[in-house]
Design a protein around this ligand. Structure first.
Ligand SMILES: [Zn+2]
Length: 466
């Protein structure tokens, strides 16, 4: 019998460790790790590269500043170039899931270069009642924005497909909503992703900073203090313990937040933790201007090294980018940090940043990299072992990386919707050179060679955490 393809001469990172074996691919799946070379239609010579499970970006915002029918094409292209084979969309709807989920799914089918899946953001009572409907449609994780309410409750929802107007809505994610989302998610067996910043504390901090005419990223950080994260973490963890809900703290990047999470874990709260590349690299001390404005804010060099330390002690489970596909004209719409838009693109540089700052600076091992960027996400979100691992029977989602390749980051490298990148001019060592999705090469040497539409929606079963 002849198989579809074989990857030879690469160092393969498996759940059991690094092995020098050929990866046999058939029908989009991995069917063997061998030392011999059976007959195959296609041979991909690894030339000593490292093969890792395709990266899963757990946290991606696209479809907000351009409609999903367009954003899926541009942003999944960036994903493919960056070695990401599955992107998890943070869907935000201003209205009802029963009314609008189908049109969002329809508009994103046939437009992705890589596989994708969806987290549903829940803002109000009606959407809480629709959580079961989401689960029935393969959307098995929910996002809570504890940062949104009072006078900081304005948020851009995802655009209506095939339209181009921004869709701003005022929401109030109060305690009642938080408790009911947690309770309902627990009854459905789904995790709740939490944006843990207390909106009252943030609202107050911003008001004070503006009164004092403060500006810049340091002021932004000060206005949303780490205590606001701690407060939200305490609140939602109490509910989670009460109802037996599993929490997933998104974009954690401060020392106090990480410490509080550890405390909540110690008293039995089921918690997973995500950090982002920017909390491992950027501080308000090393960043000028407003480009790196994000919620929660980037903090200090000390916080950065604390996040690396917590990775080292296995307190961080995943790396998501919190990628926001926006553009400079909106990002810098005002004249100060308060008017600047929060969020920036990052899906293309996730892997290069971790290879350069993590692997090549000996802060993490290849095994740890794979857990953080793929395996753990697949396990937490119901995709394992289909995704997240290189083993018999898994999807042949493989990213081949060159640990020695050195290149300067430029926004144009990725050709996404955004016209800037916070890492502009950084020289990174370690880049993906081949992205393989279900056995097909979708990107090679920073060129997309796949087809939009090859990427498929992954409907996820409910994960059993217990
Ligand atoms: Zn986000």
């Amino acid at each position: 019998m002849t198989y579809d393809a074989v990857i030879t001469n690469s160092h393969v990172v498996t759940d059991q460790g690094l092995v020098d074996k050929n990866i046999i691919i058939d029908d989009g799946k991995i069917v063997g790790l061998t030392t011999d070379e059976p007959s195959c239609d296609e041979k991909i010579n690894g030339h000593g590269l490292v093969s890792i499970p395709g990266v899963i970006d757990t946290h991606v915002h696209y479809g907000v500043y351009s409609p999903i029918d367009k954003a899926a094409v541009t942003e999944s292209r960036v994903a493919a170039l960056g070695g990401v084979t599955t992107m998890m969309r943070m869907l935000r709807l201003g209205d009802s899931y029963k009314r609008s989920l189908a049109s969002q799914l329809e508009a994103s089918a046939g437009t992705h270069f890589v596989d994708y899946t969806i987290h549903a953001s829940i803002f109000n009572k009606q959407q809480i009642e629709e959580m079961k409907f989401c689960v029935e449609n393969g959307v098995t994780s929910f996002k809570l924005y504890m940062n949104l309410g009072a006078d900081v409750g304005h948020v851009y929802m995802d655009m209506v497909p095939n339209t181009t107007s921004l869709h701003e809505v005022k929401v109030e994610v109060n305690l009642e909503i938080v408790e009911n989302v947690v309770r309902t998610a627990a009854s459905l067996g789904c995790p709740v992703l939490v944006h843990a910043e207390d909106y009252e504390a943030c609202s107050c901090g911003i008001k004070t900073a503006k009164e004092k005419k403060k500006d810049g990223l340091a002021a932004w950080s000060e206005s949303r203090p780490q205590e606001a994260e701690v407060k939200a973490i305490q609140t939602v963890s109490n509910f989670a313990r009460k109802y037996g809900c599993t929490l997933y703290f998104a974009h954690i990047g401060s020392r106090s937040a990480l410490k509080q999470i550890q405390k909540e874990k110690n008293v039995g709260t089921k918690i997973f933790v995500e950090t982002c590349p920017h909390y491992l690299t950027l501080s308000y001390e090393n960043q000028k201007g407003y480009l790196a404005k994000v919620m929660p804010p980037i903090r200090t060099a000390e916080d950065i090294s604390f996040v690396w330390d917590t990775i080292d002690t296995n307190q961080v489970d995943t790396i998501g980018t919190d990628h926001v596909a926006n553009q400079l004209k909106l990002k810098l719409k005002g004249s100060d940090v308060w008017d600047a838009l929060a969020g920036f693109p990052g899906i293309g540089t996730l892997l290069p940043i971790l290879l350069s700052e993590g692997i090549n600076k000996k802060r993490i091992t290849l095994q740890k990299l794979v857990q953080l960027t793929s395996t753990n996400a697949a396990k937490i979100f119901g995709m394992y072992p289909k995704k997240g691992t290189i083993e018999n029977g898994s999807d042949a989602d493989i990213t081949m990386v060159d640990l020695k390749k050195k290149m300067r980051v430029r926004s144009e490298l990725f050709g996404g919707f955004s016209d800037y990148i916070v890492y502009e001019g950084w020289t990174l060592t370690g880049w993906p050179v081949k992205t393989i999705l279900r056995g097909e090469i979708v990107a090679e040497d920073l060129q997309v060679v796949g087809k939009a539409g090859f990427g498929k929606l992954i409907k996820r079963p409910v994960t059993a955490f217990n």
